[in-house]
Ligand binder design. Structure first.
Ligand SMILES: NC(=O)c1ccc[n+]([C@@H]2O[C@H](COP(=O)([O-])OP(=O)(O)OC[C@H]3O[C@@H](n4cnc5c(N)ncnc54)[C@H](O)[C@@H]3O)[C@@H](O)[C@H]2O)c1
Length: 269
């Protein structure tokens, strides 16, 4: 791997492909002349600041140009992707598509599965990644650095970790959004103006996320601090636990994992 490798993103105009492409360009991880992207139409919006980025409709032509191929189409669209990439690094962002199948179809053993989330758009994704075959030190650095352009990243030892984390972290803002909506619904039911309820909850979630993101803040100690304070927040935390918040969250994470695993199993036939 080298800084001059050409990176090709199949589905580079989509939600995640574009977020990754733009993050790599912004952070100068890739030169715009070394980025190729494809879409069904052959035009991807979002790259206007970098006119040297080349755009393709033909994925075979993209794969022929690229040293590294990123697959960022929806899982159900993978069957229509007919590319050969022997010896090339193939990085899939797809949920529920097993690495072995990607390897068979692309004719490359150098397959990485990664699972970013929607916060890639603002450089705040968390991206676990798994390599089908033992990655070389250079490859490891390349993949890790690629995903660090849009947030934090960790290599994980087993492919099943990716299926699990598809729900845990791949869902991005969706799970906190559901909790936030429950708070908004309650506030509106209590008579707050909807605009005030939405502003109040968005503000508390945004503030909390910044507080919790600090390196020296440990989540259990935040909870313990409020429990020890023994005031209104402690009453809320205890009532939520008694009402089954934790089992509800666990059920959600298990459902996402089960869905990812069944998608993989269906594809493996
Ligand atoms: N969006 C997320 O938060 C998220 C998080 C983790 C993983 N993923 C995975 O990332 C992948 C992409 O998801 P997304 O949300 O960006 O979807 P998306 O629908 O926004 O983007 C997919 C893009 O692929 C394009 N496409 C489809 N067939 C194509 C083809 N034959 N050639 C070229 N382009 C083609 C579509 O037109 C679209 O622009 C999915 O496999 C998904 O499982 C998404």
């Amino acid at each position: 791997m080298s800084g001059t490798d050409v990176i090709g993103i199949i589905g580079g105009g989509g939600w995640l492909g574009r977020a990754l492409g733009r993050a790599m360009l912004r952070q100068t991880f890739v030169d715009p002349r070394a980025l190729v992207v494809s879409s069904r139409s052959g035009h991807c919006s979002g790259y206007e600041e970098w006119p040297q980025v080349r755009m393709f409709r033909d994925n075979r032509a993209l794969a022929a140009q690229a040293d590294v191929v990123v697959l960022s189409v929806r899982p159900e669209d993978f069957d229509a992707i007919d590319i050969q990439a022997p010896g090339k690094l193939v990085i899939s962002l797809m949920a529920g598509v097993p690495a072995n199948l990607i390897s068979q179809r692309t004719k490359s053993r150098r397959v990485v599965r990664a699972m970013p989330n929607a916060a890639a758009e603002i450089g705040r994704s968390y991206t676990p990644w798994f390599s089908l075959v033992e990655a070389s030190a250079k490859e490891r650095t390349f993949v890790q650095s690629m995903f660090e352009t849009c947030g934090q990243a960790d290599e994980v030892p087993q492919e099943s970790d990716i299926d699990y984390m598809t729900g845990l972290t791949g869902s991005g803002p969706a799970l906190p959004a559901l909790v936030s909506q429950a708070m908004i619904n309650h506030a509106i039911a209590r008579g707050l103006a909807p605009s005030v309820a939405r502003r109040a909850v968005k503000s508390v979630v945004a503030g909390a996320s910044q507080l919790l993101a600090a390196d020296d803040v440990d989540i259990p100690s935040v909870i313990d601090t409020f429990l020890a304070y023994d005031g209104t927040t402690a009453a809320a935390l205890a009532a939520m636990q008694r009402s089954g918040l934790e089992p509800a969250i666990h059920a959600g994470l298990e459902a996402a994992e089960a869905r990812a695993m069944s998608m993989s199993a269906e594809r493996n036939g």
